[in-house]
Each structure stands twice: as C-alpha cells, then as structure tokens.
Design a protein around this ligand. Structure first.
Ligand code: C2O
Length: 711
C-alpha cells in the first residue's frame, strides 16, 4: 500500500464502536470514516473505493460484522455518492491525536504536518465512504484478530483420536475489555494483588488451602461452563494448537482468513499468555469469593534461594496440606525435588546418561542462559518475538517464502520458557509419547503448575523492561514493547469470571499494574542473572579465523546434524537505514543479532540447540557459562502428527510435518568480551544440536540462512 495516509486510515477504523441497529440482507451499508483520518488518501483513490455494500451474508453475521464500526450509517438503498450527505451524521466523531498514531506512520505524519491547516479546515467537511470489501483488500499487513468463535477444528495427536479443544459458545454477544477498578488506599495509592513466589507461598497453609480449593471448584464445574478447568485447558489447547483461524477485521465474528491461528512463535506469545492468566486468576478468585487472590509464580530463574528452582512442593504428592487439586500425575518424577530445574536441559542427553551436572554447575548455566535470553536482548523483537500479522503462518510447513510469507519467530523469553515445559513433562517415558502434560503444548494447561510457570514468564516480561541497557554502544537504550499498531491492535477473546466472552487487545495487556496485579520483588535473585558475567573469553576464540569455515548456503538447506556445525558469518556496519522502525535515535543504540532463518524442525520432535560464536570446538559437553555462548532454542512438539491433514487447505509440503521458526541471538555483549569492537571482523557461528528425542533420520534439521541483522 503506497498511500501515506494508510496508518491514519487504520487508526480511524480501530476507534469504531458498536451500533445497536440490526441489519437485514437487503440493506446497503455505508461506512463513514472521519475526514480527520482520510485526507491523506488521494481523492482519486477514495473515489475508487467509494462503493455501496450489498450484503449477501445472513443478517446475523451482518450484524456482528457491523459491530466493528463506530458509525455504520444505515442508509438503505442509498448510493453514497454525495459525501456531504454523510457529513452531518459524523459531526460528533472525535479526532484521534497524532500522538496516538505510532509505528509505521512516519511517512504519514510528516505529510500530515505539512497539510495540517488544510486538514483542520477539512476536518468535518469531507467524509469518505468505503465498502468493507475494499477495506480488507487495500491493507497489506494487519493485526491478527483472533477469536474462539466460528471455525474450530479438532487437534490431532500422536496417539488416539483427535482432541476436541473447541470452546463453548458464549451466552451473549462478546463484550469489550475494560480495565478493572483497582482499589486504593486512603492516600490514593492503588492496592494491587500480589503474585508471590511459589516456594514461599507453600509455607503458608492458608494460601495453599485457598489455592487448592479454587482449583477443586474449577475442576468441579460442568463441561459446559467456560470457567471449568476443562475449558481453561481448552483455551490453551485451541489457541496454541491451531484449532482456530485468524481473522482480519475487528470483532469476534469478522471474516476469517484461511490461515490457522497460533499464539506461540511470535510477539503474541507474552501478551496472549498474560491475558490468559489474568482471566484464569479472576475465575479462581471468584470461585473462592476472594478478590485479593493471586496466582503464585514458580521462580525457576532464581538461583539464590535453594528451593526456588525446584518443582514447588505444593504441587507434589504427600505435601502435608491437602493439595489434590494441584496435583497432576503426568509429571516427571525424576525431576521432583531436590532436582533443580536446569535451563540447559535436554531430554535426549539425559536419556543417554550424559547430563550429570552438579547443582553448582546447573546454577551457573542457568544464570548464563537467563542472561543470554533476557539481559542481552534489548529490542522488543529479540525478547518478545517476531511480528505476527494476518497471513503469518506459524502453524506448520505451509510457509512459502518466495510468496513473501513469514515463518514464526520466537523471542528469547519464549525459547527459554520452553525448557521448563520440557523438564516438567513426562519425558522419556515410552508410555507417554506425547510427553504430557507440561512437555507438550496440547496438554500443558491440564497441569495447574502450568499457570504458575507462566506467572513467572509474565513476571520476567515486567523485569525485562526495567533492565538497564548494558548491551548497545550507546548504553542508554530503553527496553520497550513494540509500538506498531499491528501489535497493539491484535485481538484475542477470553472468557471472564462471569462467563462472558471478552475481546482483548494487546495494548490492554502491556501494563500489569493496570490489570491490578504485581509481583513480589525478587530483584536480589534477578540481579544475579541480569548482571551475570560469563567466564572470560578464551584466547583462541579472540583470534578465531573465520575464513576456515564455510559460509551458509543463502536461501538453501543448511544441515544441522548431531555433530556441531560451524559457519562463517560476514558482518557489516549498521547504517541509518537499519534504525528505521526500531525506535532508536542512532546506530549506536542498535543491537546486533545473528539470525538463524527458517529452522525446520520435525513437528512432533523435541529439539534443542545452543549457539556459540568464535568457538568451533563447542560441543554437547561445553558448559553454557562460557563467554562464547550466545543463546539457546528448545522446540517442544505440539503433539500434532498429521499437519498435512490439519492444514490441508494450504499445505504445500505435505511430505512431512515441520515447524519452521526463525531464531535470533544477540551478540553485542559476546563480541565485546571477545575483543571484537569493529564491524570488519567476521565471526564463526557454531550450532550445537543437543538432539531430538527420537533417533530417526529426522534428528537432524535444517535452516535456510544465517545472517547478521540489527534491531
Ligand atoms: Cu502456550 Cu508455555 O505455553
């Protein structure tokens, strides 16, 4: 779309409210967009879009579609060729301040300032009429609008019949999210409910009793109740295992695209799970009539307190205080306390008996993994994940890169969170090939520990924003969420404690205090990984000769087998072009990344690989507290075996079932430790696969390219 005013136009759409009128199929709808947002569109273009809409769909569908607009003027059988006719009807519409328009609007904003005077004059004298079809056709990238209504398919699993993860229909029309009313002290300070560490709360019998009671009641609700534990699990199963399709226009029943919806592997990962937990917690609280109730968090990144990184005892058998509702039989009993959750964990190595670290080694590796997955990732993209807009297909091997489609891209937080899933589930148990519960996205939310794990993931998102730069040359870059409207206006639906379906936007999720909760301050342990210093770089790494290693085959198949593979990576200096859309003022604020593009991993396999720079000798035994280690990725199987069937509408590689994902490694800090301060020095990137679970030929996987990038 080459029209500078595109973003303004989109902004107008997003403000549209709900009319109550019902419509009949013979109605002709005229959608009126405020002049304030439209003059930047060339008049000619506007005219070409000027159409009436003849609705062929059912009245019911029509009504719900119409709910998306602030002013769907109901003008039966009128051709809206006379713009001034419409003007009077929109006189009360408000203007969106320019400051609200963020993200890709740079172009539009500069044009806007030039013509501001004219625009003011034109503000309410020019109205623009669009038809819905034109609207959807003209926009090339849009926020994903996801809802659990409409199309829903069963989710295939490795063993047995496909799972039904679809949600009950809401009793009434979905409602828009509203921030909760937060109680205040006499002096006006907000009283936030506090999510506390699980290893502390388990010493509080009163809390455990309430927590257990809340789950007991949730589990006792009938299957038809959207608040039931079964349906809470289904929320995760369906949104995380592609039971639904993306929508492309606002509202819970907007037209669907053919692309399956997946909330992992992108920037939706953190916001979606935050809101999922928010409603889960509100439901638990209401079931025990305690509005102050808050979930615990499993503080597994904490290497200071000896109990924090263990599986919290309150979830385990023989706890002492009744905890039956918190228990789940599908957990790896080999990992019960006193075992520490190991962020370098790989089930394949463990099965081979090759994972015998001391607690001390585990702690140091854990600190260094956290440091590389959180501290060194300063850009939103590195931490939260890559963009997910309409058409992004994270679901399987359906990505056709030559057609411009993008695969998923996990952020640092998501990649490390996968390890805790893998570690908790029934790994290496031949009776449980799906690795239920936690080790598989389909089943994960059947285990109450899931929500306390995600509570920590959610906490770390808040912590991330407070970490000082320590990464870029300038040293003064702030960590911020994405500001693009494609991110902010992404929509999801959840059921609330009143069984209502609520439409939530990503922008609603960004500030946890506005949602009424906070986390216990555990900064003493956070600081251990935030300020972690790996072992000093080895001399041989500082002088590593990259010319001895092959360059990756661009856009080709680069194989990662069981043995480590090393590639030479050409580097260049960043230019001002690299600053575009990154929210940075200068190249010195940029983060340098090594990007593994389109890693193709068999869908139902575990896989883990760690990445090192200038250390081609790295192997599966190399400890992760080295200077040369820059990050990790763990792939969880989603338990779906026949992706060619489940995505039959768009499958282009039906010969096998793959997850395709792009992973970033942030290398500024490591380069500094290696003494590489210029951009002329090329580096060696070594990928150490720790193997997939099965020893089939598929244990190897491929990637399409390795490149340097700036964020
Ligand atoms: Cu939706 Cu931890 O996963």
């Amino acid at each position: 779309m080459d029209v500078p005013g595109r973003v303004h136009y989109k902004a107008a759409i997003s403000r549209l409210l709900l009319p109550s009128s019902s419509l009949v199929p013979s109605d002709k709808l005229v959608i009126v967009i405020r002049a304030a947002d439209s003059p930047l569109l060339p008049q000619q273009r506007l005219r070409s879009l000027l159409k009436t809409v003849s609705w062929r769909s059912s009245p019911q569908h029509l009504t719900t579609t119409a709910h998306r607009f602030i002013n769907v003027l109901r003008i039966p059988n009128v051709m809206a060729t006379d713009m001034t006719t419409s003007v009077s009807s929109i006189g009360s519409l408000k203007r969106i301040p320019q400051s609200r328009l963020q993200g890709k609007e740079c172009l539009g904003r500069s044009s806007a300032s030039k013509t501001r005077q004219q625009l003011k004059w034109a503000l309410y004298t020019c109205a623009v009429v669009f038809c819905l079809q034109a609207l959807t056709e003209m926009v090339d990238a849009e926020p994903v609008l996801a809802s659990s209504l409409g199309f829903c398919k069963p989710v295939p699993v490795l063993k047995g019949a496909p799972l039904h993860c679809c949600l009950p229909a809401p009793r009434r029309f979905p409602i828009r999210f509203r921030f909760p009313r937060i109680p205040r002290t006499f002096s006006g300070r907000p009283i936030l409910r506090e999510r506390k560490p699980a290893h502390i709360l388990q010493n509080d019998p009163e809390y455990v009793r309430k927590y257990n009671l809340a789950y007991a009641r949730m589990k006792a609700l009938p299957d038809t109740d959207p608040r039931s534990f079964l349906n809470q699990w289904r929320v995760h199963c369906s949104f995380c295992n592609e039971a639904f399709r993306q929508r492309k226009t606002p509202g819970p029943l907007g037209p669907e695209t053919g692309v399956l919806l997946q909330v992992h592997y992108s920037w939706t990962f953190l916001p979606w799970h935050r809101m999922y937990l928010y409603y889960h917690e509100r439901i638990l609280a209401s079931l025990i009539n305690d509005p102050t109730f808050a979930l615990p968090f499993w503080n597994w990144d904490n290497q200071l307190d000896q109990d924090a990184a263990k599986m919290p005892a309150m979830f385990l058998p023989n706890f002492g205080i009744p905890n039956a509702a918190l228990f789940d039989e599908f957990r790896n009993s080999n990992h019960f306390p006193p075992k520490l959750l190991y962020l370098g964990y790989n089930s394949k190595l463990e099965a081979e008996g090759q994972q015998n670290l001391t607690d001390q080694q585990i702690k140091y590796e854990n600190l260094c993994v956290m440091y590389n997955q959180v501290t060194t990732k300063i850009s939103a993209r590195d931490f939260l994940g890559g963009p997910y807009v309409v058409g992004t297909d994270n679901s399987a091997a359906t990505v056709n890169v030559s057609a411009g489609e993008t695969p998923g891209e996990s952020g640092g937080m998501e990649s490390v969170h996968n390890v805790a899933h893998e570690w908790t589930g029934l790994i290496n148990d031949p009776d449980h090939p799906d690795n239920e519960d936690m080790g598989n996205f389909i089943y994960a939310a059947r285990d109450p520990i899931f929500y306390t794990h995600h509570s920590n993931v959610d906490r770390l998102w808040d912590v991330w924003k407070t970490i000082p730069d320590k990464v870029t040359k300038s040293g003064d870059r702030k960590r911020m969420d994405f500001m693009s409207r494609d991110f902010l206006d992404t929509e999801f639906t959840f059921f609330d404690e009143n069984q209502d379906m609520v439409i939530v936007k990503v922008r609603d999720s960004l500030d946890s205090s506005k949602l009424g909760y906070k986390y216990t301050d555990v900064s003493e342990s956070d600081n251990m990984w935030i300020y972690y210093e790996p072992l000093p770089a080895q001399e041989s790494s500082k002088t590593c000769n990259s010319s001895e290693y092959p360059a990756p085959v661009p856009s080709g198949y680069n194989y990662i087998g069981m043995d480590p593979v090393s590639f030479k990576l050409d580097r260049r200096a960043p230019t001002t072009k690299d600053c575009r859309d990154k929210g940075v003022k200068s190249v010195d604020q940029l983060q340098e990344d090594v990007v593994l593009e389109r890693v193709k991993i068999p869908h139902s396999e575990y896989a883990r690989f760690d990445v090192f720079i200038n250390y081609p000798a790295a192997n599966r035994r190399t400890r992760l507290y080295m200077s040369e280690f820059v990050g990790t990725f763990t792939h969880l199987p989603s338990g779906m075996v026949d992706m060619s069937k489940s995505v039959s509408e768009s499958a282009s590689e039906s010969d096998d079932k793959f997850r395709i994902v792009t992973i970033r490694y942030s290398v500024n800090a490591a380069l500094k430790r290696l003494g590489i301060t210029d951009y002329n020095t090329d580096i060696v990137v070594t990928i150490v696969s720790k193997g997939a679970r099965n020893s089939s030929p598929k244990t190897g996987f491929t990637f399409s390219n390795l490149k340097q990038d700036f964020q």
